[in-house]
Design a protein around this ligand. Structure first.
Ligand SMILES: [Cu+2]
Length: 457
């Protein structure tokens, strides 16, 4: 062996020096730990960099339209809204909460404060990005001792230790923390989820979107300084970016987890189809407490009960803080980052607007010789676990019928399946949002992804 830091370890030793001897909540790290290919001693770890993002794995409650109620024939009860739900809420979830900036022992206050979708985050190409996951347990299900993980879906260069698939890597027991280390070589749009009992934990809400910014950012190419990929020509440049995370809620399974029952998974159906954790028209509302710059060291604002600050006027949406409204000035280029962790296929369409698909599954649409394979479409068809990067240029403001007096033109972005775009609630609910195009110069430059014109300062 040429490198003295490289050690031969049994699998058991590897696990011991990895997460499992790692860090009990509130206790400083001691002992060696695996970093990259090397085992580093505690003296080196003392100077180790802190996590970029701290996540808590726990449970919580979200708000979906209570009307109409859902009666489950297989369960023999009304599963939606859930009779156990706190006032204003309807649906039990497992999920992640953003604990950045909180001391490890304080993270226990986020038990039962999971949000859906999980906190959005992004990293820069080649950045050493670290996520600390603390498993603080399930308030509604103290009988369960479920572990959690972070699995960065589609991450091409992960070493197995940080993969999060629990039969091939570590998972995090209740009361423990673990720090995942990533160096992303590949820009693009991804998703992440807990991989423990994944049918259940994914569907229950331990899912979110993550993207990687390219090294080309900051250069001036084609009139842009922000890009989806290292395109070399500015073809993936954009003025504004919006993430669209697709997920689903099946009433039976969420009710069953709250009531210590088991659902019949072969009965699965999407009772609710969500964008960024909300259904239309809630998708149009402003953001609640979210990260608003590209450092994740500060926890989003919370009230004295540790709940996220909700969008104005909607206290029931405190655990669904992410807006899905798209806004742009006429003439601007807009990047839409889509990812689907629902279990159903989805086809999203935009009325009256074509988008150019410049990336799929965090891969730029270029052939091996650089041949441009991007294409224009007005329908994006997703399987579970797929992502799209799509760009459009906002057309000139028309002010025509349908937008009179509003000050913007509206294009509807929705799931083509009627039951998925409307959730059988007539004119409300479902995987639907709007793209609003304002006259040139109306909106200030975008300060953070999914910025909403009515976000509190
Ligand atoms: Cu989990």
């Amino acid at each position: 062996m040429s490198d003295p830091r490289r050690l031969l370890l049994s699998r058991r030793d590897l696990l011991k020096v990895g997460g499992l001897t790692g860090v009990a909540l509130g206790v400083a790290a001691v002992g060696p730990r695996l970093v990259g290919n090397y085992i580093l001693p505690a003296t080196v770890l003392a100077a180790d960099k802190p996590p970029n993002l701290k996540l808590v794995g726990t449970d919580g409650w979200i708000s979906l339209p209570p009307d109409p109620a859902i009666f489950s024939t297989s369960m023999g009860v009304t599963t939606h809204p859930d009779s156990y739900a706190p006032a204003g809420k309807s649906t039990y979830i497992f999920g992640f909460a953003n604990a950045s900036g909180l001391a490890d022992d304080v993270q226990f206050n986020l038990k039962n404060k999971a949000q859906h979708s999980a906190p959005l985050f992004w990293a820069k190409e080649d950045e050493d990005f670290r996520i600390q996951l603390a498993n603080v347990g399930l308030a509604q299900r103290p009988d369960l001792f479920d572990e959690h993980t972070v699995h960065w879906h589609g991450f091409k260069n992960v070493i197995p230790f940080f993969d999060g698939e629990p039969s091939g890597s570590v998972s995090i027991p209740q009361g423990q923390t673990f720090t995942y280390v990533y160096v992303s070589r590949d820009p693009g749009t991804y998703m992440f989820h807990c991989h423990v009992e994944d049918t259940e934990h994914v569907h229950m809400g331990m899912t979110g979107l993550v993207f990687v910014r390219p090294k080309q950012d900051g250069q001036s190419l084609g009139g842009f300084t922000k890009f989806a990929y290292n395109d070399g020509d500015g073809s993936t440049g954009f003025d504004r970016e919006f993430v669209m995370f697709l997920s689903e809620v099946w009433g039976d399974s969420h009710w069953a987890d709250a009531h210590i029952q088991l659902p019949e998974w072969s009965d699965y159906k999407a009772d609710f189809s969500l964008l960024n954790g909300r259904v239309y028209p809630d998708t149009l509302l402003p953001n609640g407490s979210i990260a608003r710059d590209d450092t994740f060291v500060v926890s989003p604002a919370r009230d004295t009960d540790w709940n996220l600050v909700p969008p104005p006027g909607r206290p029931d949406l405190d655990s669904q803080p992410q807006s899905a409204l798209v806004t742009a000035n006429a003439g601007e280029r807009v990047l839409l980052r889509f990812a689907n962790l629902g279990f159903m296929e989805a086809a999203l369409t935009i009325a009256g607007l074509k988008v150019r698909v410049v990336g799929r599954d965090a891969t730029p649409m270029r052939g091996r010789t650089g041949f441009n394979t991007s294409y224009e479409t007005d329908v994006l068809s997703f399987g579970a676990g797929e992502s799209f990067d799509a760009i459009f240029t906002a057309a000139a403001f028309s002010g025509g019928s349908g937008s009179s007096g509003l000050g913007y033109d509206t294009y509807v972005l929705y799931n083509r399946a009627f039951t998925r775009g409307d959730n059988l609630v007539g004119d409300g609910g479902g995987q639907r949002t709007e793209i609003r195009v304002y006259p040139a110069g109306t909106l200030a430059p975008q300060a953070y992804p999914n910025q909403h014109p009515d976000d509190p300062a």
